[in-house]
Write a protein that binds this ligand. Structure first.
Ligand code: B3K
Ligand code: ZN
Length: 872
């Protein structure tokens, strides 16, 4: 693969202000006629060739200003035109031929479940026609679709519908016009026979927008929650950011073969059906929350991504980080802000920290790539969102909002860079953000080491920052880290201070900007307990000695819900790591009674939201624990430490947990709202503890048998399968679930997930066998992710089994998937990214598996890129 470098960016010699596309859709031979208006950029010499991108294309016809066969050279990957007319603008007509049925990569035009659909971001449009397939080329699109009416009664593209009618021979057509110039990656087409849920939305200026969600016939009702989320998103963007929708229609289509969550094509969002379809019988509360968030995310892209897009793919975080920030804020407003923040931090630590701390680390704005598809990462998305959040913390909500206003005003209709984005905030605030800009350019998770001492009214904090070396960045500069904090007195209230010196402290935030600060707070009446990085104001790791009694105090008294959660999580993590070390040394893990008491107190504290209690009582995952251990990891000992702590907490709280479990039983009709979901979550966490005790299997089985919604059903089944694997009643429940959900692929995915995450060495055989199950299809990304993705990332003891056989199996599976869908194989391969933190024997086996992939013949650019960077 070619190496692309940020510093090589150059504007294109030619522009394409308009494109008229005609599709004649047929399963094996679809023809595409593209009629382009090409303009030479002012300053470009007339002799400059026009080089259009293609990918696997067959050129059938080419005309320039109406004349056939102009001077050109066409390969499947490029179309080069020379001897172009002197005139600054000319018309180019290109006809290509495609085979949507054979497209298993799910990029460009393909068929999913009988529906023609497209995915163009980032470089899929070049699989449809030759084009300047780069995000800084903005064109006005007019699209005509022709198809057999029986096969495709529904014909959709971007923008507004402008014409339609019969063509004879059972064919018909529709024409769409999108008045907003857009990059080719936002083009979309859908054609097929689908059912539809309709609604409408009246915008802030009083315009009516027709909304439609298109799904498989018979599933219309399952789109109701998504529709509701869409209307709430549209309203929220008006209220929170002043953003109004800008077309007459907004269409969403759910397809069953999709490489990611969803795609924000202008006016025509295409979704993985997993993130549209939901009711209580088929979706869990987590699914509902994801649907709400992703519907919002794609809708919010209409302004952050579509109206203002990226100059080049290095700027991906410009739209993604910002839009994740926006969807986080939306969910926080719709649900519980404190709980939402804790969940975000857990995700960031689970997905982004290991990326930043391993061989695949890259800056939020990368400077190099071989395959851009491999940079749709947690760093670009989640850390990108954290950077925007820090910007708001530093500037304050009001100045941040006026910066955003300026961004929309100044850059509407443009393809922008991170520099453009930072500049609006500099202009809105009068501040210099150049040091802050390092967050976009420097990879690695910064660490803050803090030592606190108190003497005679003065609290001293010695703060050291360091950013660890990452691939191709050995030396790092000091970053601007906004550290929100509180000083808590013995009465549990915030204590004040009269002055601070050694660092800027404003509005409850310490601004760490140097490698080291000696920060002194004067006039502090007593030794306070420190609450640091409140609300997780900066995506950093903290090294600070805190006494267990201080942490326990924070659990009870910090006014910041994240701080309370963090304090308990730190206590749990410390206990787990101590237990792990004991187990490794051949001893028994033992735990302090206090931690079980604290767990009981949190569980039964009625002043705390159930959703918060559920999060607090969820033990750090095996992967979380492994990450905190950092090196030389033995996953079996991690599992053992976690299981014993869980059993210890359960045994100490048998009675209160049992009572809580009864009290929380849902008796009314199902409601998907956050409060109801929170109660279910707490009850299901408690179930997990009770299942460790004598009689636990009975409770889990009863939970499964009496469940009236998917959340509880899965909780019961998962508990049975994980705590009582192989028992006859577990097998019976698994068989029962499969029989009841055989015709529902999305429900069967949950069944695959539960079995692939059953701890222990046996899981490999199970996964192997399930790959031959009739509900499993290697071509379908949801199925593959449910079985193989979950196994590799969610089953520490199964995937990392000591003999390395799971690695070898996984490497073979990756190569098989790679033959059809390189994006998917490459994504799955990131499961190896932390291989160097394993104990030596497993490291060696993992390395061998990676080497075997690298040495295989015909490995895609995508997969090779991940494997080679992982080995480097
Ligand atoms: N922008 C798309 C992601 C496209 C991924 C291409 N590999 C969805 C989103 O982030 O909203
Ligand atoms: Zn996005």
């Amino acid at each position: 693969g070619q190496l692309f470098r940020l510093e090589d960016y150059r504007p294109s010699d030619y522009l394409i202000p308009q494109i008229h596309l005609t599709f004649r859709l047929a399963r094996d031979t679809t023809t595409v006629v593209a009629d382009l208006t090409v303009e030479r950029r002012a300053g470009t010499e007339a002799c400059a060739p026009l080089v259009l991108d293609g990918d696997g294309l067959k050129l059938k016809r080419i005309e320039l200003d109406g004349y056939g066969n102009p001077a050109h050279e066409a390969t499947s990957g490029k179309l080069v035109l020379t001897n172009l007319p002197e005139a600054r603008s000319f018309r180019l007509l290109i006809e290509t031929e495609l085979d949507p049925d054979r497209n298993k990569a799910l990029m460009g035009l393909y068929r999913s479940n009988g529906v023609y659909c497209t995915q163009c971001e980032p470089e899929g449009f070049r699989r449809i026609t030759y084009f300047l397939d780069r995000p800084d080329i903005l064109s006005v699109y007019h699209v005509r679709i022709e198809a057999a009416k029986a096969e495709a009664p529904l014909l959709l593209s971007n923008g507004n519908p402008v014409a339609g009618g019969e063509l004879g021979d059972g064919w018909h057509f529709a024409e769409w016009h999108d008045p907003h110039p857009k990059p080719s990656y936002l083009f979309a087409l859908v054609a097929g026979d689908l059912g539809c849920l309709r609604d409408s939305f009246t915008t802030m200026s009083g315009r009516t927008v027709e909304l439609a969600i298109h799904v498989e016939h018979g599933k219309e009702k399952l789109a109701a929650y998504a529709m509701d989320a869409l209307k709430r998103s549209m309203k929220w963007d008006e209220d929170a950011f002043g953003r109004e929708y800008d077309l007459d229609v907004f269409n969403i289509v759910a397809v069953s073969d999709f490489n990611m969550g969803a795609m924000e094509n202008k006016g025509l969002n295409i979704f993985n059906d997993k993130y549209v379809l939901a009711d209580e019988a088929t979706a869990t509360d987590t699914d509902f929350a994801n649907i709400e968030a992703i519907i919002a995310h794609e809708y919010f892209h209409n302004w952050t991504g579509n109206r203002i897009t990226c100059r080049d793919w290095f700027q991906l975080c410009l739209k993604e980080g910002l839009t994740v920030f926006r969807d986080h804020e939306f969910s926080a407003d719709q649900r519980s802000r404190g709980v939402k923040r804790i969940a975000e931090v857990r995700t960031l630590r689970a997905l982004q920290f290991p990326e930043d701390q391993g061989p695949l680390a890259h800056p939020v704005r990368p400077r190099r790539y071989r395959e851009i598809n491999n940079f749709y990462t947690a760093t670009v998305y989640e850390k990108g969102s954290e950077v925007v959040r820090m910007l708001r913390t530093i500037l304050g909500a009001e100045t941040f909002r006026s910066g955003m206003e300026l961004y929309f005003e100044r850059h509407d209709g443009q393809a922008c860079t991170i520099e453009d984005f930072l500049k609006v905030f500099e202009d809105a605030s009068g501040r210099d953000l150049s040091q802050f800009g390092l967050w976009y350019n420097q990879s690695g998770t910064p660490n803050l080491t803090i030592k606190a001492s108190y003497e005679a009214g003065t609290l001293t904090l010695d703060i050291e920052q360091s950013v660890p070396p990452t691939p191709s960045e050995s030396r790092k500069r000091a970053m601007h880290i906004p550290l929100a904090f509180g000083l808590i007195g013995s009465d549990g209230k915030e204590t004040g201070f009269t002055a601070a010196e050694g660092a800027t402290v404003e509005n409850g935030v310490i601004h760490v900007r140097k490698r080291s600060h000696k920060l002194r707070f004067h006039g502090v009446p007593e030794r306070p307990v420190l609450s640091l990085n409140r609300g997780f104001s900066a995506p950093v790791t903290l090294a600070i000695e805190q006494r267990p009694e201080d942490l326990a105090f924070l659990v009870g008294h910090d006014s910041d819900p994240f701080g309370r959660w963090q304090a308990f999580n730190t206590l749990l993590t410390d206990a787990l790591i101590a237990g792990y070390r004991l187990l490794l040394g051949g001893k028994e893990a033992n735990y302090q009674k206090d931690i079980a008491k604290l767990a009981g107190r949190i569980a039964t504290d009625a002043t705390l939201e159930p959703a918060y209690r559920a999060l607090a009582l969820t033990l750090p995952s095996e992967a979380d624990i492994a990450r905190d251990i950092g090196r030389d990891i033995d996953p079996d000992a991690v599992l053992a430490a976690r299981s014993t702590l869980s059993a210890f907490i359960a045994a100490a709280n048998r009675e209160p947990f049992g009572k809580l479990y009864e009290e929380l039983e849902d008796r009314g009709p199902f409601r998907p709202d956050a409060a109801s979901a929170g109660r279910r979550a707490l009850r299901n966490v408690v179930l997990g503890y009770l299942a460790r005790l004598e009689g636990g299997a009975d409770i889990a089985e009863r939970h499964y048998r009496t469940a009236t919604n998917m959340t509880d059903l899965i909780a019961g089944l998962g508990t049975l399968a994980h705590e009582h694997a192989g028992s006859p009643r577990t097998d019976a429940a698994l068989a029962d679930f499969a029989a009841r959900h055989a015709t529902m692929p999305l429900a069967m995915d949950k069944w695959f997930q539960i079995q692939s995450t059953t701890p222990g060495t046996k899981a490999l055989e199970t996964v192997r066998a399930l790959m031959r199950h009739p509900a499993f299809h290697i071509d379908n990304p949801n199925r593959v992710r449910a079985l193989l993705g979950t196994f590799s990332t969610g089953n520490q003891t199964g995937f990392h089994r000591a003999d390395g056989t799971a690695y070898a199996f996984f490497a073979d599976a990756l190569l098989e998937i790679d033959g059809g869908n390189p994006q998917l194989s490459a994504r799955l391969a990131t499961a190896f990214r932390s291989w160097r933190s394993l104990e030596p024997a497993r490291q060696e086996k993992a390395r061998q598996a990676l080497v075997s992939i690298a040495g295989a013949n015909s490995v895609s650019v995508d997969l090779r890129d991940i494997v080679e960077r992982s080995l480097a």
